[in-house]
Design a protein around this ligand. Sequence first.
Ligand code: HEC
Ligand code: HEC
Length: 202
Amino acid sequence: MKLKKSWISLLSLVAIVAVGCASGGGTISEESLGLRKTNLYTEKSETVGEVATYGKAAAGTSKRFDRAFENAPPMIPHDVEGMLPIKIGNNACTGCHMPEVASSMGATPIPKSHFASFRPITTIAKNGAVVKEGKAVKNTSDFKTVVHKLDKLSNARFNCSQCHAPQSTGAPLVGNTFTPDFQSKDAKHRSNLIDTINEGVK
Ligand code: HEC
Ligand code: HEC
């Protein structure tokens, strides 16, 4: 219902402008204009953002979140205390999530997409043409995604927390009304990007 309030604020702004222009009358306090309900002219401690708090359930005892949309990177449902920052020689995430250990840990295995490179092999020909995967291309964005399978975790995926984050338990000021559509029941809690990466691409 908070969303409605923000619409009302927007409408009242339009109304003030309209009324203001027409008759010069009608005032609305600034406090009622935004999501912030405190005086706009003071920076007293009354205006503080909500502290972001995270679930404390340890890995192995947390409940997975549904995916935000098909093939969205899943949010981390468990506590990451002591696991971050990820360092070259110390990546706790892989210790439980590598496919060869994941099932024994009860963790979701790192998907095949993370063991692949989607970057086309690109060179510049003598005549200056951009060559992708051995083919000169005029428009570099006009290129079907290639999948180069790797025999190890892609370096581009090593820093898990670049894309996967814990979910804060804070209540958003404006509720999210987005509801995703999934192409299959499975897609709500598993990903299959490696199989669908070129879906809809001619
Ligand atoms: C001690 C083992 C362990 C470690 C270390 C660990 N995880 Fe997990 N992870 C799990 C388990 C087990 C689950 C399944 C939920 C549960 O049982 O708590 C999980 C779930 C997840 C999920 C949700 C997967 C889904 O299908 O929705 C993500 C994302 C994730 N972990 C990312 C990470 C990242 C990133 C790190 C490193 C910062 C990490 N995990 C470290 C064991 C671990
Ligand atoms: C560049 C962004 C990025 C990085 C870095 C990354 N991931 Fe992901 N991850 C994704 C996306 C996007 C998906 C969902 C689509 C897919 O399967 O590729 C995903 C999916 C997953 C899944 C769900 C697999 C399933 O079958 O549903 C797990 C588990 C996971 N990642 C773990 C990890 C771990 C652990 C790391 C670090 C070693 C990592 N990811 C690094 C973007 C990333």
